[in-house]
Ligand binder design. Structure first.
Ligand code: FE
Ligand code: FE
Length: 164
């Protein structure tokens, strides 16, 4: 039983390091995505989420503090792959009507990755009895979900325009 709890806490820490790395990469990618967007709405959404992402990094640093472990990211190949695909879309579809739909799709892939990670971390934090950590993870998870919903709404307009 004790051993099991220890393993989960290690896994929790390693996954925290994964999303910490991911958030920092996302923070770097969002300004470029905002700049590349053709529609004002999409640009605004990316700019707003960039600011929120700074908060996500800060919340993670607070969690590292609470669990008394160094805030050190661990290379996350998944987010690197998702962001690389986004870059590819920006290059291949620059100045085409498919650019914004492509950016939206890339951004939603990022959000879904984050939602998956934060959902898992929240569950594990609760299981580990990390009561102060759960609300921090919940706050970020709520922002990721809200962003994903907004992007879904924007996609309806943007895709209609691109198809017209
Ligand atoms: Fe985030
Ligand atoms: Fe996000």
């Amino acid at each position: 039983m004790v051993k099991q709890a220890k393993d989960l806490s290690v896994l929790f820490y390693e996954t925290l390091r994964d999303i910490y790395f991911a958030e920092k990469q996302i923070l770097r990618a969002l300004p470029k995505m905002a700049k590349t967007s053709q529609s004002d709405e999409l640009r605004q959404a990316f700019e707003t989420h960039r600011d929120q992402t700074e908060g996500h990094v800060e919340r993670l640093e607070k969690i590292f503090e609470i669990i008394d472990k160094p805030a050190r990211g661990k290379t996350c190949d998944a987010i690197n792959g998702i962001l690389d695909e986004g870059k590819e879309i920006m290059e291949d579809f620059a100045d085409t009507e498919a650019l914004d739909p492509g950016l939206l799709a890339a951004a939603q892939a990022v959000e879904h990755y984050e939602i998956s990670r934060y959902g898992t971390l929240k569950t594990w934090a609760a299981q580990l009895g990390l009561r102060d950590v759960v609300p921090l993870l919940e706050a970020t998870l709520a922002e990721e979900k809200k962003t994903d919903d907004l992007l879904s709404k924007l996609a309806q307009n943007v895709n209609r325009k691109a198809a017209a």
